[in-house]
Design a protein around this ligand. Sequence first.
Ligand code: ADP
Ligand code: MG
Length: 226
Amino acid sequence: MIFLDNVSKIYSETATALKGITLRIKPKEFVSLVGPSGSGKTTLFKLLIREEDPSEGKIFFEDVDITGMAAKDLPYLRRRVGRVFQDYRLLPMKNTFENVAFAMEAAGKTKEEIEHDVPQVLELVGLADKSNNFPHELSGGESQRVAIARALVNRPDVILADEPTGNLDPTNTWDIIRLLEKINELGTTVMLATHDKEVIDSLGRRVVALEKGEVIRDEKKGKYEE
Ligand code: ADP
Ligand code: MG
C-alpha cells in the first residue's frame, strides 16, 4: 500500500509542484493520474522513489515511512518500484535481452537467474523473437515493451508509467495499455500518468486528476474530464 499524507513539493519560490496531496493506493490497484502538463504527475512519481524529497508531509510504502529512509535502503525501495518513461530510455549498445538483463545485474542477480527470467519476461511482453535486436532495430511500440520488461523483471510491487504512450501511434498505444492491464491482472500495482483522454475514458479505472499540484478529483471509475 502507498499512502501520501499531506504531501507538498516546493521546488522554489515560483515552482510549487504539489500542494497537500493525500492519497491512498491499495495493492493491485490500477490508478491513472491525469492532468495537464505541469500539474505535478512526474513530481509525484519522483517522490515515490525518493528521487526528490517532499517539502512537507510523509509518504508510506507498505507502512514504512520512506521520507525518513536511510540512503543505504533506497536501492531496496527502488527495486520494489519499476518505472517506464515516454522516451523508453534503453541502452543503445545493448540488445533487447541485455537491456532487460542489465536491470537484474544491477540488482545482484546471478547469471542463472538472468538466463531463466529474461526470456520469460520477454515472452510476457510479446518480444521473445526480438531478443537479439538492438534499440535502433525496434519500433516505438517494441521499444516500450522492452522498457516494460526491464521494469518488470525484478518483480516490483508497483509500476510507475509516466506518459508511456506519449510517443506512440494509436495501435501501439492500445498494445501498451493492454499490456499494463495484463501486468496489473497478474498482481502488480500500476500507476499510469497520462494526458491521453481516449485511453482514460476507455479504461474505466480509478482516476486521480491533478491541477496545479492539487487533487481536484478522485473517482473509482473516472473519466478524463468531469
Ligand atoms: P507534469 O509531470 O504533470 O507535467 P511536473 O511534476 O513535471 O508535472 O511539474 C510540476 C511543476 O513543477 C511544474 O510547474 C514544473 O515546472 C515544476 N518543476 C518540475 N521539476 C522541477 C525542478 N526540478 N525544478 C523546478 N521546478 C520543477
Ligand atoms: Mg510529466
